[in-house]
Write a protein that binds this ligand. Sequence first.
Ligand SMILES: Nc1nc2c(ncn2[C@@H]2O[C@H](COP(=O)(O)OP(=O)(O)O)[C@@H](O)[C@H]2O)c(=O)[nH]1
Ligand SMILES: [Mg+2]
Length: 455
Amino acid sequence: MIFDRTVAALSTPYGRGAIAMIRMTGDDSVGIASAVFRPKNGKPVDQLSPAHAYYGYFVCDGEIIDDGMLTLYRAPVSYTGEDMAELCCHGGVLVSSLLLKALYDAGACPAEGGEFTKRAFVNGKLKLTEAEAIMDVIDADSFGALRLAGANNRGLLSGAAEKMYNELRHLIAQTYAYIDYPDEDMTDVTADELRERVAALLCEARKLKDSYGRATVVKNGVDTVICGAPNVGKSSLLNLLTGKQTAIVTEIPGTTRDIVTGAAVLGDVRLQLSDTAGIRNTSDEVERIGVDLARGAIEEAGLVLAVFDGSREPEEDELSLIQKLKTLKTPVVAVVNKSDVPVVFGYDGLFEHTVHISAKTGEGKEELGRLIGRLFLEGGIDYAAPHIVNERQYSQIGRFITSLSSALSALDSGQTQDIACLDLEDALSALSELDGREVNDDIVGEIFSKFCVGK
Ligand SMILES: Nc1nc2c(ncn2[C@@H]2O[C@H](COP(=O)(O)OP(=O)(O)O)[C@@H](O)[C@H]2O)c(=O)[nH]1
Ligand SMILES: [Mg+2]
């Protein structure tokens, strides 16, 4: 991939703000910046020191339109590895559009979404997993998601992949040398040692593969359905967890009919919550549709929060709901609500997991969070360990594992080392795709097309 155009784009959101930043990358960046910027210090733009911000005036069609800052970067010491310019003007919609137009008039082309980061990747400034992590940093909406994204952006996953890559490449080279020149004392990788070292790689790769489940829980969240009889406090629980009035709460049974959704972060776990209609037999047509939706949502959930009102005995409809919930494979947490009033029925021992809470006062929310953390993260997540964070990475680590396992079986069934090495070469190629050493243009295009323009 060769980038022969110099491209520019607005890197801050389009709209009114204090400051707007326009970035430009490519060979002509400095020349084009000279056409639109007059430094206050009177120096020609091409004599400004790189990575220093200069104050001056922006010119469009021969007229000064704004004042602001210009920072130049010289290849290869820049984000993209090319010559770059960053222009900061006032954050008006008109002024930033005019400045961008001035850059286009002077020879820049509009940048595509993600083009800056794509160039950084192609020019070797970033591994593919690091580039993906940049998007995750931008999208992160919980502290946990940000920590995962930040760690991969700083190279935790690419470092782990590189370590495995180097070990495997070395192993393959040593083994071929041994096969081709067994008498020359070049190496001593016996079939046993080969088996041992492949097994060690396999163990590491499986750990990495397992990390995906936890990362998904933190990053994408668990589809969680709040269900129960009318008036037990389902909508109040949704509001407590989302921290705002997401659903209407009244003392009138049958208030919630549509599925009301919201997101919450409890500890490190993100929950994609769906509040549902209270489950009961009803002659009201609209409510009945809501109850059917609720039953359907329970079947598809990753977690069910079954809410009960602890201040009264369970009703007939609730007893059959309990039986139904017991047949689910999905984890079910019994949330016994209204703990702020005297307990009449505790639901203890009926479910594997029970938490007493008050959606009204918030009491018990932390315990619910700890319980969910234990269920989905086995007590915690180690942010200092590398994590696989998307399906693309997951499928490559899966291919790596399959190929390593196949090499091991070949050795176990008495095949020669060179036969095992064919599988090891495929394993090496899976790792290369994981961090982008060897990845086709379509995949690169797909990854960067999800980026915003200007990133
Ligand atoms: N005392 C008390 N009342 C609650 C609590 N949670 C909900 N309620 C009340 O129970 C009624 C039904 O609540 P709502 O959230 O609409 O229940 P839903 O029908 O299950 O969604 C309302 O009057 C709430 O104020 C709680 O923890 N304690
Ligand atoms: Mg409700």
